[in-house]
Design a protein around this ligand. Structure first.
Ligand code: FUL
Length: 462
């Protein structure tokens, strides 16, 4: 008897082990990137002044002539909009460098503007606490060595400049476009060599392309993923410039590598500023919709906001960005889950209880027992609530697991289905427009391994 009691006491004290990770899992740099969620894209260069989208590289660099360039105005705007960072076209396909590169004669140094845009922007970001990232186009329609092996060395040297002189870089954006150079030749890129330079100089930076290695293009330039969105793909099937569109949008269940989706889109029809598009800036409502279809579908939202010929973010774009912020603040006004009692019969034990989903701490999570492929977590209030949005999130550090789920509401008498879906991933947002409920529950119906849930929020809007 005593032995049995002792064994029992010992069993009770033994902490419950966390679920084993389900590979592939995100790297530390990818986890940090996931948390950035929403950041700005900036297309700026000679195209801004020639009214083009793809410059030919033959433009006189003097056309680049912003009259009131103020990167602090950009960063102030992005910060007020709630963005976490900026990625700028340090070099677009026309080859023009926004910094005075030693390896090109087509740069700000030869332009009418003699400053260093990368320096101004990276300084402004540091002051404001925003992260700084760079788009460096491998395709270069200006450089005389393009199409030869020598160009790969030139490109590595330009990367070295950009990655050494402007402080920490959170993301390096490699575009997939690969056309002819000034000599009509195509380039065979040394991507392994480019990647090695980035890893050496900015080990915390994630690299983007339609083949990763760290972050993938979402397969469209419309700013959304798919309601089914896995952070995994069979990465080795991809080479930059040969996208597998549908797979990029949905990812692949059971894919070999963790390469999450980034949803890029412009706030205007073009990536560069065109005065003729001043009346075509996306509305706050359109941007809210994209928020739900990017951030709310396990992606990040990379929203392009192109500076105008003054070198400022145009008033109309500022209004749209602040309008989006106001709407998001109103939608995500009050997390009712914080006042609910969380329960589940499926917890794997101490440390992994249902209460971890609504404690406001994304690091703690609910987890089911090993071998389970389903689980239910319920939030209950003493009185009826009116709810607009459900937010779910998995403990993605352990891998993406959930394949199918449903959400139900209890009106005091019956449970009624209010939402259902496939994947969850880092964040899944579900609109449930004014549902009245005394309790809500998520039923995870299928999962690749025992399900985890770090977040279950229930938003009341104002
Ligand atoms: C594309 C480029 O060709 C466009 O000019 C733009 O930079 C967009 C974000 O990526 O592939």
């Amino acid at each position: 008897m005593i032995a049995v009691l002792a064994a029992l006491a010992c069993a009770m004290e033994t902490p419950v082990k966390p679920p084993a990770p389900l590979p592939p899992v995100p790297s530390a740099r990818q986890l940090a990137w996931h948390d950035m969620e929403y950041y700005a894209f900036v297309h700026f260069g000679p195209n801004t002044f020639t009214d083009r989208e793809w410059g030919e590289g033959k433009e006189d660099p003097k056309v680049f002539a912003p009259t009131e360039l103020d990167c602090r105005q950009w960063v102030r705007t992005f910060k007020a909009a709630g963005m976490s960072g900026v990625i700028i076209t340090a070099k677009h396909h026309d080859g023009f460098c926004l910094w005075p590169s030693k390896y090109s004669t087509h740069t700000v140094a030869q332009s009418s503007y003699r400053g260093d845009v990368l320096k101004e922007l990276s300084d402004a970001c540091r002051e404001a606490g925003l992260k700084f990232g760079v788009y460096v186009s491998p395709w270069d329609r200006n450089h005389p060595t393009y199409g030869t092996d020598e160009y790969n060395e030139v490109f590595k040297n330009t990367l070295r400049e950009v990655l050494t002189n402007y402080g920490p870089v959170f993301e390096v954006w490699f575009d997939g476009a690969n056309g002819e150079g000034p000599n009509g030749k195509k380039q065979v890129y040394d991507f392994p060599g480019f990647h090695a330079v980035v890893r050496k100089l900015q080990p915390q930076a994630v690299m983007f392309s339609d083949a990763g290695p760290d972050i993938r293009w979402v397969g469209n330039e419309a700013g959304h993923s798919d309601p089914t969105c896995w952070s995994t793909v069979d990465r080795d099937r991809y080479v930059p410039g040969t996208p597998l569109y549908a797979e990029l949008t949905q990812g692949k269940e059971g894919g070999t590598h963790w390469v999450p989706a980034e949803c890029d889109v412009s706030i205007r029809p073009g990536w560069f500023y065109h005065a003729s598009q001043d009346d075509k800036v996306k509305t706050p409502d359109q941007l809210v919709d994209l928020w739900f279809r990017s951030v709310g579908q396990n992606g990040s939202f990379l929203l392009n906001v192109p500076p105008d010929r003054r070198g400022l973010i145009h008033e109309k774009d500022v209004l749209a960005l602040l309008g989006l912020r106001r709407k998001l603040d109103a939608i995500f006004a009050n997390d009712l889950a914080r006042t609910a009692a969380a329960s589940s019969e499926d917890s794997r034990g101490k440390g992994f209880e249902a209460a971890n989903v609504n404690d406001g701490d994304p690091k703690t999570y609910f987890a089911a027992s090993d071998g389970a492929q389903s689980a239910t977590v319920t939030l209950t209030w003493p009185s009826q609530q009116k709810i607009e949005v459900i937010e779910l999130g998995e403990a993605i550090a352990l891998g993406q697991r959930v394949k199918r789920f449903a959400v139900d509401a209890w009106n005091g008498e019956v449970w009624r289905g209010i939402a259902e879906g496939t994947t969850i991933g880092r964040k899944r947002l579900l609109k449930v427009s004014g549902t009245l409920a005394k309790a809500v529950r998520i039923r995870i119906q299928d999962s690749r391994a025992c399900p985890t849930l770090s977040t279950f929020r229930v938003w009341q809007s104002r």
